[in-house]
Design a protein around this ligand. Structure first.
Ligand SMILES: Cc1ncc(C[n+]2csc(CCOP(=O)(O)OP(=O)(O)O)c2C)c(N)n1
Length: 375
């Protein structure tokens, strides 16, 4: 009995922009001038925010922070393909996705400054808080997409995950259900080359991460993640498929984490400088800027204005963040459980004691009363 081919799958790759900003008009997305300007403006703001956040962390004005540099397009462009009632589930690194949907940067700073009041998204949006446990949000994203299908809406759910997260069992569980039930789920893999110190090669033996989607009956594609036009095209097509009831899409976006994993990491210990320098040449913001200049959508003065406005905006957001009243640290024990276990009660009593002593010695300012329900 000869072997016969029962299924064949091709994984396609899309790239629209070249390094010099020229583009392939035959595959370029249908996109308005306003949308292009919005994409560039948000990407510029994300870049300025990221630079500022690292400085704040180094000055002790922010806690540990996961850098974005190089991943502006993969964070902001998918978010700009959506409507407010679509669900977004970014990763901890995905602050840019929230910013694209109107979240004020002051709240992101607040969160990374250790204050959970920073979890604030525009009320009209279906934006979910990111998950610090890697990939724990994939099954939730699938469930939300399923809920939308059962309700008969046209809303989709977009779940950003890293290359590392794509190895987790949650990916299999989410994609199995999404494929079988033809759910409007977009699994957007931001393949940034590294999962902390584990390289993409050591992560998975498959040639591409996109091809995994075929195993679940999902439409699957690889895209140049540092190419805002290509990302816009593949995500808007995936959204249209989701709204039309045609099921899930897996997108692998090739990008690179130029900075450290977080401000607590030193990436020079596990990867070469040459690799980083090669990726810097594919910077998404530079490429996009060259494209907008080449096509006459922006001129040098326009670029400068957007940059200046982004800087002023971020300065204002930093001021707003630092002007918030500091909460009582005891709030961290509030609203967590119906009944607290003994060790949590002990820890809370110990912190209460420490705070009292510090106040007696005038080491900390007067604190507001603790808020919430303390079990
Ligand atoms: C369940 C779980 N395991 C381990 C960690 C520690 N950890 C934090 S980020 C990370 C790597 C994630 O890599 P990837 O999914 O590629 O995303 P990236 O950070 O590169 O954007 C690990 C192992 C965690 N936060 N959660």
């Amino acid at each position: 009995m000869p072997f016969t081919t029962v299924a064949e799958h091709k994984t396609e790759h899309l790239s629209v922009l070249s390094a010099d900003g020229s583009f392939d008009a035959s595959v370029a997305p249908d996109i308005s001038k306003e949308k292009l300007l919005e994409m560039y403006t948000v990407m510029t703001r994300i870049r300025v925010f990221d630079e500022r956040a690292i400085k704040l962390q180094r000055q002790g004005r922010l806690g540990t922070y996961p850098q974005i540099l190089g991943q502006e397009a993969t964070q902001c462009v998918p978010a700009l393909c959506l409507e407010p009632k679509d669900w977004i589930l970014p990763t901890y690194r995905g602050q840019g996705s929230y910013f694209a949907r109107g979240m004020q940067m002051r709240y992101s700073l607040m969160y990374w400054g250790g204050d959970d009041r920073g979890v604030q998204y525009p009320k009209e949006n279906n934006d979910l808080m990111f998950s610090i446990p890697v990939g724990a949000h994939m099954t939730q994203a699938m469930g939300l997409a399923w809920g939308e299908k059962l309700k008969g809406t046209k809303n989709v759910a977009v779940c950003w995950i890293g290359d590392g997260a794509s190895s987790k069992g949650d990916f299999h569980e989410a994609m199995t259900f999404a494929g079988v039930h033809k759910l409007p789920l977009i699994m957007f893999i931001e393949n940034n080359g590294w999962a902390i110190s584990l390289s993409r090669k050591e992560q998975c033996a498959a040639e591409t991460l996109a091809q995994k989607g075929h195993g679940y009956g999902a439409h699957s594609i690889q895209v140049d993640g540092n190419d805002p036009l290509a990302v816009y095209k593949v995500v808007s097509e995936a959204v249209a498929r989701g709204r039309a009831g045609e099921g899930p899409t897996v997108i692998e976006a090739l990008t690179y984490r130029i900075s450290n994993h977080t401000t607590a990491d030193d990436a020079s210990r596990y990867r070469s400088n040459e690799e980083v320098e090669e990726w810097k040449k594919k910077d998404p913001l530079d490429r996009f800027r060259k494209h907008l200049l080449k096509t006459g959508i922006l001129d040098d003065a326009g670029i400068e204005t957007i940059q200046k406005e982004a800087e002023e905006y971020v300065v204002g957001e930093v001021k707003a963040y630092e002007a918030f009243d500091k909460p009582n640290p005891l709030n961290m024990f509030a609203n967590n459980s119906e009944k607290a276990p003994w060790h949590v009660i002990e820890q809370r009593a110990e912190l209460e004691e420490i705070l009292k002593e510090k106040q007696i010695r005038n080491e900390i300012p007067e604190l507001p009363a603790a808020e919430g329900r303390f079990p």
